[in-house]
Design a protein around this ligand. Structure first.
Ligand code: GTP
Ligand code: MG
Length: 230
């Protein structure tokens, strides 16, 4: 597994990933830890939406450019941030393991995604601030159970010490590629059936995955604040 930030435009797929969750759970720091290896101790709430990017190289050497949309957790930005969910192939829904209320609110963030994002979006539930062990309010087992029940991936991270940050993005991207590949195979099969070409049971190796950068990734205007931070 290799995860690197790169300006190299030579990539196989482009995935839009949104990061949501209550204000203060650490979304911005998870992203900056991943994209630029930075962490900021001071609390500086995101205004609207910010944008970053990184490259993920999967074990089969597929290069995926990940557009990461960092949304504000504060309620007053909700109408703006939900406009950025469309076209996202994956989401990280983040809570703070030291604040039970942020875990309870995950349900609300999932509803937001259900209403405003694409139906086959891959969702990773992220319990952040795992370094604050003594202040833990959300048991790992409870979060795991919740994730299983809601068909979410699950991981605990620390943006402070970097624990599992790369893994969170890597696992999300790998799972997303599986979903997108399957969608492409299904589309191909549907086309074959409609045109009467190809066998109904086309072996997966013979189908061609449609690359995402050739599709229109719908994004509303421009990020409300800042440009690419990378
Ligand atoms: P909004 O932009 O308001 O939605 O908040 P956010 O989710 O982006 O949170 P942000 O990344 O700004 O972090 C909030 C506070 O938590 C900051 O003071 C960070 O330093 C701190 N923080 C973030 N991640 C961690 C972590 O993993 N461990 C610890 N101990 N503190 C963290
Ligand atoms: Mg933020």
């Amino acid at each position: 597994m290799d995860l690197t930030k790169s300006d190299d435009e030579n990539f196989d797929y482009l995935y839009k990933v949104v990061v949501t969750g209550d204000s203060g759970v650490g979304k911005t720091n998870i992203i900056t830890r991943f994209t630029t290896n930075e962490f900021h101790m001071e609390n500086k709430a995101t205004i609207g939406v910010e944008f970053g990017h990184a490259e993920v190289v999967l074990t089969d050497n597929t290069k995926i450019k990940v557009q990461i949309w960092d949304t504000a957790g504060q309620e007053r930005f909700r109408a703006i941030t939900r406009g950025y969910y469309r076209g996202a192939v994956a989401a990280l829904v983040v809570y703070d393991i030291t604040k039970a209320a942020t875990f309870r609110n995950v349900e609300k963030w999932l509803q937001e995604l259900q209403t405003h994002a694409d139906p086959d979006i891959v969702i990773m539930l992220v319990g952040n601030k795992s370094d604050l062990k003594a202040q833990r309010e959300v048991a790992t087992d409870d979060a795991k159970r919740f994730a299983e029940k809601n068909k979410l991936l699950y991981i605990e991270t620390s943006a402070l010490d970097g624990e599992n940050i790369k893994e969170a993005f890597h696992r999300t991207v790998a799972a997303t590629k599986d979903v997108q590949d399957k969608k492409a195979r299904d589309r191909q099969q549907q086309t074959d059936e409609n045109t009467g070409t190809g066998s109904k049971e086309a072996p997966s190796g013979q189908t061609k995955t449609i690359k995402l950068e050739n599709q229109q990734t719908s994004q509303p205007e421009k990020p409300v604040k800042g440009g690419c931070k990378c």
